[in-house]
Design a protein around this ligand. Structure first.
Ligand SMILES: NC(=O)c1ccc[n+]([C@@H]2O[C@H](COP(=O)([O-])OP(=O)(O)OC[C@H]3O[C@@H](n4cnc5c(N)ncnc54)[C@H](OP(=O)(O)O)[C@@H]3O)[C@@H](O)[C@H]2O)c1
Length: 291
C-alpha cells in the first residue's frame, strides 16, 4: 500500500507515542493565532506531556493572548521573527481569510528547518506557497471539533518538501489530539464534509432520536441519556468486535421484528440517499469555499 493512498491511522494517546513525545528531544512549536482550534490543540499537547517551555504563540488579540498566557503558562511572543527563531513547527491557526497576512508575515524568517502546519480550512498548499517566495515545507491538516476532547479525526497531506521522518514526527504531534489520517490533497473537500461537518450530521441524527423518545413519552433528559448511550455503545461494539456496520445492523435485525419495521420506513423515505446527498453537498460547498 503506497504511503499516499494508505489510510494511516495513528491511535490517539498511544502510550508509545506519549513516551516518545515526553522522552524524546522535544522540538519547539509556535502557534500563529490561538483561537478556539489552536487552544484545543495546545491543550492536547500539554496533556500529552509536551513541555510548556517548548510552546510559543503569537496572537493578534491582546486580551486573548493574555488569557492564553495566564491559563497555560506559555510564552506570548508578539514578534513573529522571534517565534520563528525559537521554533521548528509553526502551526497556523488563523481564520482562512487571514491566511495571506499570516503567511506573508512569517515568510521572510522561514528557513529549511521550519515546517508549517496549517489547519486553515480550504486553503490549498499551492495557495499557501503563493504567499511566499520560498520553498516552504507545508503540512495541510484538517482536524475536526472533537480535537477539543482529544478525539479529532485529523486528515493531513504534505507537500513534497517534507521528508518521511519529518512526516512521522508531525503525525506523532497531531496524534496527541486524536486520529491522524493521511490523504491526497484532492480529497480534502470530501474530508471537510465527512469529518469537519460530520459531527453535525451525527448530532442531527441524535437529535431526531431524542425527539422520537420524547414523542413516545420519555422525558427529554432521559431520552437524551438513552439515545447518547445507544450511540456510544454501538460505536464501541463496532470497534471492539471489528465488524462492518452492515453486519452489525443485520445481527440486530430479526425477521418480522421491530428493527426491520423501522428500517423499512427509513428506506421508504430514502434516508441513506439523503445522507449521501447531504455529504456530497457539503463537499461541493467546501470546494466552492476553497482557494
Ligand atoms: N473550529 C473548527 O472546528 C475547525 C476545524 C478545522 C479547522 N479549523 C480552522 O482552524 C482555524 C482557526 O479556527 P478558530 O475557530 O480557532 O478561529 P479563531 O477562534 O478566530 O482563532 C484565530 C485567532 O487568530 C487570531 N489572528 C488572526 N490573524 C492573526 C495573525 N496574523 N497573527 C496572530 N493571530 C492572528 C484571531 O484574531 P481575530 O479574531 O482578531 O482575527 C483569532 O483570535 C481556521 O482557519 C479554521 O478554518 C477550525
Amino acid at each position: 500500500m503506497g504511503l499516499k493512498n494508505s489510510f494511516l491511522l495513528v491511535r490517539a494517546f498511544d502510550i508509545k507515542i506519549k513516551e516518545k513525545l515526553i522522552g524524546g528531544n522535544m522540538e519547539k512549536i509556535g502557534f500563529i493565532g490561538l483561537g478556539n482550534m489552536g487552544e484545543a490543540i495546545l491543550k492536547a499537547l500539554i496533556k500529552s506531556g509536551y513541555s510548556t517551555d517548548c510552546i510559543f504563540f503569537c496572537e493578534i488579540k491582546p486580551e486573548r493572548a493574555e488569557l492564553m498566557e495566564r491559563t497555560y503558562k506559555i510564552k506570548h511572543v508578539k514578534d513573529v521573527k522571534k517565534i520563528l527563531n525559537k521554533t521548528k513547527y509553526i502551526i497556523i491557526a488563523v481564520k482562512p481569510q487571514d491566511a495571506k497576512k499570516a503567511l506573508e508575515s512569517i515568510s521572510p524568517f522561514i528557513d529549511e528547518r521550519h515546517i508549517i502546519i496549517s489547519i486553515m480550512t480550504g486553503i490549498s498548499i499551492s495557495k499557501m506557497l503563493s504567499f511566499s517566495d520560498k520553498k516552504l515545507k507545508i503540512i495541510r491538516a484538517m482536524p475536526n471539533i472533537c480535537a477539543k476532547v482529544g478525539n479529532s479525526l485529523t486528515a493531513i497531506t504534505a507537500n513534497k518538501e517534507i521528508k518521511t521522518e519529518e512526516l512521522n514526527e508531525i503525525k506523532k504531534i497531531l496524534s496527541t489530539f486524536g486520529y491522524v489520517v493521511e490523504i491526497e490533497e484532492e480529497h480534502m473537500n470530501a474530508l471537510t464534509a465527512l469529518s469537519g461537518s460530520g459531527p453535525a450530521f451525527v448530532l442531527y441524527f441524535l437529535e431526531a432520536m431524542i425527539d422520537a423518545g420524547v414523542k413516545l413519552g420519555l422525558s427529554r433528559d432521559k431520552s437524551k441519556e438513552i439515545s447518547t448511550q445507544v450511540m456510544k455503545g454501538t460505536i464501541e461494539m463496532l470497534e471492539k468486535e471489528n465488524l462492518h456496520p452492515t453486519i452489525l445492523k443485520e445481527m440486530i435485525t430479526s425477521p418480522g421484528g421491530t428493527t426491520i419495521y423501522g428500517l423499512a420506513h427509513l428506506e421508504e423515505k430514502a434516508f441513506k440517499g439523503s445522507v449521501i446527498k447531504a455529504i456530497e453537498e457539503a463537499a461541493k460547498r467546501a470546494g466552492e469555499l476553497s482557494i
